[in-house]
Design a protein around this ligand. Structure first.
Ligand code: NI
Length: 169
C-alpha cells in the first residue's frame, strides 16, 4: 500500500521521533508499505515521519529495488561512528524538486534493530553513508536544508512558499 508522503511545511517533519518498542505485525506492515512508497517515489530512503508517524523507523535501498540484498530496514537506528566527508547533491521526498550539496560523513557505522527486534550493525560508504545520515536526521526532526547556510536555505524556503501560494505544493 502506498502511503502519502508528508511535505515540508508539516510540523511533524521537525519533531523528534519516539523509539520503537513493539515489534509486531503492524510494524512489519508499516515497513513494507514504506518500502513500497519509497520504490514508487522513487527514492533512496524514507523515514517514518515522512509518512506522518513519529517512529524511529527508516527504510533504505540505494539500488531502488534493483538488488534485493540492498534493502535495509532499521528500527531505532543510531550513528555510532562517522568518518570522512563528502559534499554531494542531495534531495528529499518531502522537499520535492529541490536539491543542494550537503556535507555528510563518507563512512558510517549504524546500530539498530531489524523488523523483529534483533540487534544489528550496518556499515555504509559513499551514497549509503549519505542516505543513512539523511534518514537518521529525519528521526531527529532535521532536514537536509537545515544543513545549508542561511542564504541558500532561505532561497529554497521562499520558493516553497511561492509554490504553496500557487497551489503547487
Ligand atoms: Ni528526506
Amino acid at each position: 500500500m502506498f502511503l502519502p508522503i508528508v511535505k515540508y511545511g508539516d510540523p511533524i517533519l521537525h519533531q523528534v521521533c519516539e523509539p520503537i518498542t513493539l515489534f509486531d505485525h503492524e510494524l512489519e506492515k508499516l515497513s513494507k508499505n514504506m518500502v513500497e512508497t519509497m520504490y514508487a517515489a522513487p527514492g533512496y530512503g524514507l523515514a517514518a515521519p515522512q509518512v506522518g508517524l513519529l517512529k524511529r523507523l527508516i527504510v533504505i535501498d540505494v539500488s531502488v529495488g534493483e538488488k534485493e540484498e540492498s534493502l535495509i530496514v532499521v528500527a531505532n537506528p543510531e550513528l555510532i561512528n562517522a568518518e570522512g566527508d563528502q559534499f554531494e547533491e542531495e534531495g528529499c521526498l518531502s522537499i520535492p524538486s529541490f536539491t543542494a550539496r550537503v556535507h555528510r560523513p563518507y563512512r558510517v557505522i549504524v546500530s539498530g534493530q531489524d523488523i523483529h527486534g534483533k540487534e544489528k550493525v550496518f556499515e555504509g560508504e559513499g551514497v549509503l553513508s549519505r542516505v543513512f545520515a539523511h534518514e537518521i536526521d529525519h528521526l531527529n526532526g532535521v532536514l537536509f536544508i537545515d544543513h545549508l547556510g542561511a542564504i541558500k536555505r532561505d532561497i529554497i524556503k521562499r520558493k516553497i512558499r511561492k509554490k504553496v501560494r500557487a497551489g503547487e505544493w
